[in-house]
Design a binder for this molecule. Sequence first.
Ligand code: HEC
Length: 170
Amino acid sequence: MAVSANANDAGRRRTWLIGAALLIGIATSAGAADHPNPAEVAQLVHARQDHFHALGKATKSLREQIGRANPDWALVASDANQIERLAAALPTWFPAGSGRGHGIKTKARAKIWAQPQAFASAAKTLSTRAQDLAQIVASHDPRALRLSARALGQACGSCHHQFRAHSSWW
Ligand code: HEC
């Protein structure tokens, strides 16, 4: 009786030790990732996605106005200014270590950091077109505005094609 009870105790202890070793292993590998603090990564990624949603909203609002016979030019101007401001800030939304592999869902492809010059150039194209758009608004010329908005949309699409994944991965 006593012997088998000791054997059970030993077995339980072994199971516990293996469990503890696994936990320590998991904690160590998470700490060894190139960005040390997952909470910080989450904050960076979520802030970036918030900025993009604001950019998407302003672009959609602009497109709606462009489709109208009598656009609300004050609204168009405020959308264009917001797009210009966000586009200028875009390169700062991608600090090193804010990509995939940290348990945070993001569509940002590793290529953003592997090919920084190509990414910077895609961001620059957007920013230049957003500046053009903001200037054209003052002319109140619907045709020029349409062309400019189309060029802007192409800059969004071109970067997404190269640097944004189709689905969010951890
Ligand atoms: C220089 C590259 C680049 C440009 C230019 C760009 N985007 Fe994006 N966009 C991205 C990346 C990368 C993500 C994914 C971010 C993430 O998940 O962390 C993204 C995400 C988004 C999202 C969030 C929803 C989703 O599918 O992840 C919206 C909305 C969006 N972009 C709209 C736009 C619009 C509108 C423009 C143009 C006015 C634009 N973007 C220009 C790279 C770009």
